[in-house]
Design a protein around this ligand. Structure first.
Ligand SMILES: NC(=O)c1ccc[n+]([C@@H]2O[C@H](COP(=O)([O-])OP(=O)(O)OC[C@H]3O[C@@H](n4cnc5c(N)ncnc54)[C@H](OP(=O)(O)O)[C@@H]3O)[C@@H](O)[C@H]2O)c1
Length: 259
């Protein structure tokens, strides 16, 4: 199996590192900055350097706005019967096929914890894809985390808004929570440890629990206690719910604009 990856930045690079360890295929990568390509992948300096080679799959891992400019030079190297796999946010299968010809396309929407094998991956295949294409995409996704197949392409854009962009929301919430801990007088290292351990301990406990998230919240909130005081300030008459609706809604809208 020969796989070409075009774009090897934060997201593509994180996925490729896992694939190199676990997927029995030969990976070739192209990136503007070659030093970002992980050891173990062959480096192709230009489309011309690929002359004579053909790939079972080509991974689109450049920015959505760059697909039309960068990708047409690489798709001629797709084998007959091969497929394109795009991790780009928003950019639709119809747009990919408009720019890159009538090849079968699978969209995978990953998130950055792919680096540690904990990506949540949404997958959608255009009807032209074969079971072999779907099996390859499942294998690539599962090597970086979980594979969740969906029935409509719109669900990929909704997964983008919840999970693809979601690690960014979590980092931002953790940053703000840490700033509040520093404001209370803790040194930056201590504030970071307090916040990250609190978040990961609570999340791991929720993952292992059969209780609903509401029940879990109530279990740490005694009447007139400190947690209740904090949570009342956090929820502020539905303000937190509204904020997260706006956050995910804005990301979904951006994905729709990028289609
Ligand atoms: N980051 C995330 O959390 C995330 C989550 C889900 C999906 N995605 C999707 O993943 C894709 C990549 O995002 P990213 O965050 O990894 O962005 P990124 O770090 O900017 O990666 C894009 C890569 O494309 C390379 N590139 C630019 N021009 C090129 C060219 N002419 N030929 C070959 N390579 C070129 C860049 O190289 P240089 O750095 O040298 O310019 C860079 O390494 C996007 O489509 C995004 O929507 C990202």
């Amino acid at each position: 199996m020969e796989i070409l990856m075009v774009g090897c930045g934060k997201m593509g690079g994180a996925m490729l590192r896992r694939w190199l360890d676990e997927v029995p295929a030969r990976f070739t990568a192209v990136n503007r900055t070659p030093s970002a390509i992980p050891d173990g992948a062959q480096h192709a300096g230009s489309p011309e350097a690929l002359d004579g080679r053909r790939f079972d799959a080509i991974i689109i891992a450049v920015k959505p706005q760059q697909i039309a400019e960068i990708m047409p030079a690489y798709t001629p190297f797709l084998k007959e019967g091969g497929c394109l796999i795009s991790i780009a946010a928003g950019f639709s299968i119809a747009s990919i096929q408009r720019e890159l010809g009538d090849n079968p396309v699978i969209r995978i929407m990953p998130n950055l914890p792919a680096l540690i094998g904990r990506s949540v991956n949404g997958l959608y295949a255009d009807p032209a894809c074969t079971q072999a294409h779907r099996d390859l995409a499942t294998q690539l996704a599962e090597t970086t985390g979980t594979a969740i197949w969906v029935d409509t392409e719109d669900e990929i854009d909704r997964i983008t808004a919840i999970a693809g962009s979601g690690s960014g929301y979590v980092f931002e919430i953790a940053r703000s929570y840490t700033a509040a801990a520093e404001e209370m007088g803790f040194a930056p290292d201590t504030a970071r440890a307090l916040v990250l351990e609190t978040l990961s301990g609570a999340i791991e406990m929720a993952r292992q629990s059969d209780l609903s998230l509401e029940e879990l919240r109530n279990s740490v909130m005694s009447k007139k206690g400190t947690t209740e005081a904090g949570i009342n300030a956090l929820r502020r008459d539905g303000w937190l719910d509204q904020l997260l609706l706006e956050t995910t809604g804005a990301a979904y809208q951006r994905a729709v604009e990028l289609r």
